[in-house]
Design a protein around this ligand. Structure first.
Ligand code: CTP
Length: 397
């Protein structure tokens, strides 16, 4: 159980603090809410008290003898401010301490996560941009707002990140930040190779394992680029998401980002072949008849060519390949994995038995992890556990 201070500032998204409190308390944490006076115009102290099971006090000048801002600041394992208004960001950037929240933030040594919410124009105003830069440079984590419906009829960037994302990101900050300063490139999902404007050749990959790796790496402090093939966008602190469709787009994105990465984790299921000539119009059954053939040509092996480039350019980057195999015999799986580790030239290979629909789309995984250095680990559990086991091995390398 961690002690978490939740600062709430005065914007329309203040009502979403209720969902954040719920998620934090349900996860077993103790939550102390500090609203600003303006936040209390949007949400009542009674609601915040009832949900947090803790008293709520926005006033610096009550109960003065307990020096409560210092006590709250020292006791906190983590401070979250959600929503954070433009005006709050300006005060935080300037170290203004004219209320209980401002004082607590100046006095704490705990990690601080702020989740801004405001209108698009205010978010992109150069004053706000400068304030965000200032607080980020001081080590405060800023979870950027999402794009979506705003207060009125309008929509755009500025919407508070989803409560689940805020809580997931915040709790990650309580973890060991052993990947700070590293850039990790992860691919996830399954490529789709177009046949015509409506049809494609695809595969069963859900992208869950790759997404879990990206989130786990970001939670451990890494800057992550997640290249997602046909998966929903993933947002979060330190995660840059690039959406791709086919193998060639994925290859371009990997090549563009590889230069700065310390690790390339190829969890995506990449199609080995693509359709040689993609039809520009929908193919018609009435025209095609009862049997057709489609010529396929080989795609580049992205992992193998990346390994070659890393060697050639002497990049400081470790590589992880995945192998989805249909061998349920452990010895056979190990043999295939060892062979793939050699043939791809990567540093680590993660092999799964995907026979009989195992793994794909599931939250659970069982993986055999082999490293060129001789390490061999079998890990079974949810995909986050498998993700952390892979990252542990990378840190060792
Ligand atoms: N991979 C890749 N580029 C491709 C195909 C695969 O980079 N064109 C990567 C995958 O992301 C994965 C690893 O190579 O990390 C192994 O993928 P897999 O499909 O299991 O292996 P293949 O090389 O396609 O071998 P095979 O189909 O014979 O099992």
């Amino acid at each position: 159980m961690s002690r978490i201070v939740l600062g709430v500032t005065g914007g329309i998204a203040a009502y979403k603090a209720t969902a954040i409190i719920r998620l934090l308390t349900e996860a077993g944490h103790s939550v102390k809410v500090i609203p600003t006076q303006n936040a209390l115009r949007f949400i009542g102290a009674t609601t915040l008290e009832a949900l947090s099971h803790n008293s709520v006090d926005a006033d610096l000048y009550t109960d003065v003898e307990s020096v409560k801002h210092i006590a709250l600041a020292q006791e906190a394992d983590l401070v979250i401010v959600a929503p954070a208004t433009a005006s709050f960001l300006a005060r935080l950037a300037n170290g203004v301490a004219d209320d209980l929240l401002g004082n607590t933030l100046l006095a704490t040594k705990a990690p601080i996560l702020v989740a801004p919410a405001m209108h698009t124009e205010m978010w992109f105003n150069s004053a706000t941009v400068a304030n965000v830069e200032t607080i980020s440079n001081r080590g405060i984590f800023v979870l950027e707002p999402e794009s979506g419906r705003l207060t009125g009829e309008d929509s755009g960037v500025g919407r508070l990140a989803e409560p689940e994302t805020i809580v997931e990101t915040a709790l990650a900050l309580l973890q060991n930040q052993d990947l700070t300063g590293k850039h990790i490139l992860v691919t996830a999902g399954g490529t789709q190779e177009a046949i015509d404007p409506v049809r494609f050749i695809g595969n069963q990959s859900s992208g869950k394992q790759g997404t879990a790796i990206a989130k786990a790496a970001a939670a451990r402090g890494a800057r992550v680029t997640l290249i997602g093939a046909n998966i929903s966008p993933v947002s979060g602190l330190n995660i840059e998401f690039i959406s791709v469709r086919d193998a060639r787009e994925l290859e371009r994105a990997v090549q563009e980002k590889l230069g700065t990465a310390q690790a390339l984790i190829m969890a995506a299921a990449v199609s080995d072949f693509r359709v040689e000539t993609v039809a520009t119009k929908k193919l018609k059954r009435s025209v095609l008849g009862e049997r057709i053939s489609i010529d396929l040509v080989a795609n580049t092996d992205i992992l193998a060519t990346s390994v070659a480039r890393i060697r050639e350019d002497a990049l400081d980057c470790v590589t992880v390949g995945f192998a989805a195999e249909t061998e349920s015999e452990e010895a056979e799986l190990r043999q295939l994995a060892a062979h793939k580790l050699m043939s791809k030239g990567c540093d680590v290979l993660v092999a799964n038995d995907v026979s009989e629909g195992k793994v794909f789309g599931s939250d659970e995984n069982s993986a055999l992890i082999l490293a060129k250095s001789g390490i061999e680990v079998t890990v079974t559990g949810n995909k986050t556990k498998v993700a952390n086991a892979i990252l542990d091995i990378l840190i060792g390398l």
